[in-house]
Design a protein around this ligand. Structure first.
Ligand code: PLP
Length: 404
C-alpha cells in the first residue's frame, strides 16, 4: 500500500509554512526534498566516520572507503549495471555529460564528425557538445519533434550518416514531460554502430531504469533530483567504452604511478575520479536509492502518473489554460501558460500562496523557441505530492488569474 501521508512524515520540510501558508512543493524537477534517513546517514558519517577515502591505512579511512564503495554497489544494483567499474561518481548530470562530451570528443571525434541531439535537450546536453564543436569542429544534428512534444523517429533515423559518432538524448523532457522511446532509439543507433548517451536526470526519480535492458552506452543522473544530496551524481558507462576514453581530470586517486616522464592511470572507475570525492554525499545518495527502492519505483511511478493525470484533467478546465506537451508517454511534469499572463507573474502569485513552481525557460531555450514561447510555468511532482496539493495549485492559478 502506497501511503502518501505516512511517506510525507519522512520529509520534515514538507511540514513548514511559507508566507503563513502550508508549503506546496511542486518544483521537484529542479530538486527534490530529502528524507530524514538521508540527512541522518550523512550526519552520522561526519560525526562518527569521517576520513578521506582510498588513502589511509587507518581504521576510519577504511570504514569511510567501505561506505563509499558500498554506495557504488548500491548505485550499480539500482541501475542494474554489470559491474561497479561502470559506475563513476560525478557532481551531477551536468558533469557526467561534460565528461562524456569532453573525453569522447577527444578520443573519438574529428572535424566534420557529428553528434545527434534532440530539440528538447537541457542546455547541459547542448552546450557540452558545443564546447567540443569549438575545439574539434564537430557538428550538432538535431532530432525535430511534433507539436505534441514527441520526437520524430523517422527524421531521427535520417540523421545518421558515416560521420555520426554519438547520439546524446534525454530520457524524459524536463519541460514537456515527454518520455522518449530511448530503448528503440538506442537500437536504431546501434544498428548504425553508434553509441548513445542518455540524460536520465528526469527519469531516474520517476521510473525503474535498467541500463542493460535499455542498452545505453552511457547514462547520467543527479543525486539531488532523486531525494539524495546535492553535489553528487552518476555516470554509468559500458566498460568497453570507459576503457577507450582518456581521463577527464588529472590528480590524486586516478593514477597508478606518476613520474615526470610518464604517468599510468588507475583502473576503472577511479580513472575518472580525480581528487577527493564527496564520499559523504555518496553515502547519502545510496540511502536515497535504498529509500525509493523500499517504496518501489513501480509504486512511485504509479502514484505520480495518477497525480499527473489528475492535474492535467483539472488544469484543462481552467479558462485560457494552455498546456505545453501532450505526448502519449508523459511523466510527472506539466508546463503551462494561462491567457496572456506572464509566466513569472503567475509563478510569483502562486509563490505568495505557498505554492512553489518553476518559471522561465527551464534551461531549454532552443525548445522554448520551437514552442514559440519565452518561458512557461512548470509544476513537477514527486513521490510525496498529493491530490490536495494539485487542488491547491488549481485554486491558486484561478485566484491569480482572477487578478488579471
Ligand atoms: N538534464 C536535465 C533533463 C535536467 O532536467 C537537468 C536539471 O534540471 C540537468 C540535465 C542538469 O542537472 P544538474 O544541474 O543536476 O547537473
Amino acid at each position: 500500500m502506497y501511503n502518501v501521508e505516512e511517506i510525507r512524515k519522512d520529509f520534515p520540510i514538507l511540514g513548514r509554512e511559507v508566507y503563513g501558508r502550508p508549503l506546496v512543493y511542486l518544483d521537484n524537477g529542479a530538486t527534490t526534498q530529502k528524507p530524514r534517513c538521508v540527512v541522518e546517514a550523512m550526519t552520522d558519517e561526519y560525526y562518527n566516520v569521517n576520513a578521506n577515502v582510498h588513502r589511509g591505512v587507518h581504521f576510519l579511512s577504511q570504514q569511510a572507503t567501505e561506505l563509499h564503495e558500498a554506495a557504488r554497489e548500491t548505485v550499480r544494483r539500482f541501475l542494474n549495471a554489470r559491474s561497479t567499474a561502470e559506475i563513476i561518481f560525478t557532481r551531477g548530470t551536468t558533469e557526467s555529460i561534460n565528461l562524456v562530451a569532453s573525453c569522447f570528443g577527444e578520443a573519438c571525434m574529428r572535424e566534420g564528425d557529428e553528434v545527434i541531439v534532440s530539440q528538447m535537450e537541457h542546455h547541459a546536453n547542448i552546450v557540452s557538445w558545443q564546447l567540443v564543436q569549438a575545439r574539434r569542429g564537430i557538428r550538432l544534428r538535431v532530432i525535430p519533434m511534433n507539436d505534441r512534444g514527441e520526437l520524430l523517429l523517422d527524421e531521427y533515423e535520417r540523421l545518421f550518416n558515416d560521420r555520426t559518432r554519438i547520439v546524446a538524448v534525454t530520457h524524459v523532457s524536463n519541460v514537456l514531460g515527454t518520455v522518449n522511446p530511448v530503448r528503440r532509439m538506442i537500437e536504431t543507433a546501434h544498428a548504425y554502430g553508434v553509441p548513445v548517451l542518455v540524460d536520465g536526470a528526469q527519469a531516474v526519480p520517476h521510473m525503474p531504469v535498467d541500463v542493460q535492458a535499455l542498452g545505453a552506452d552511457f547514462y547520467a543522473f543527479s543525486g539531488h533530483k532523486v531525494y539524495g544530496p546535492t553535489g553528487v551524481g552518476v555516470l554509468y558507462g559500458k566498460e568497453e567504452w570507459l576503457d577507450r576514453l582518456p581521463p577527464y581530470m588529472g590528480g590524486g586517486e586516478m593514477i597508478d604511478h606518476v613520474s615526470f616522464e610518464r604517468t599510468t592511470f588507475a583502473p576503472l572507475p577511479l580513472k575518472f575520479e580525480a581528487g577527493t570525492p564527496d564520499y559523504v554525499a555518496t553515502t547519502g545518495l545510496a540511502r536515497a536509492l535504498d529509500y525509493v527502492s523500499r517504496l518501489g519505483m513501480d509504486q512511485i511511478q504509479a502514484h505520480e502518473q495518477q497525480l499527473t493525470r489528475y492535474a492535467l484533467e483539472r488544469l484543462r478546465q481552467i479558462p485560457g489554460m494552455r498546456i505545453l506537451g501532450s505526448a502519449a508517454e508523459h511523466d510527472a511534469v506539466v508546463s503551462f501558460l494561462v491567457g496572456d499572463i506572464h509566466h513569472l507573474d503567475l509563478g510569483t502569485l502562486l509563490d505568495r500562496q505557498g505554492i512553489a513552481v518553476r518559471t522561465g525557460h527551464h534551461c531549454a531555450e532552443p525548445l522554448m523557441r520551437r514552442l514559440g514561447v519565452e518561458g512557461t510555468v512548470r509544476a513537477s511532482f514527486g513521490l510525496y505530492n498529493t491530490q490536495a496539493e494539485v487542488d491547491a495549485l488549481v485554486e491558486g492559478i484561478e485566484r491569480a488569474a482572477a487578478m488579471f
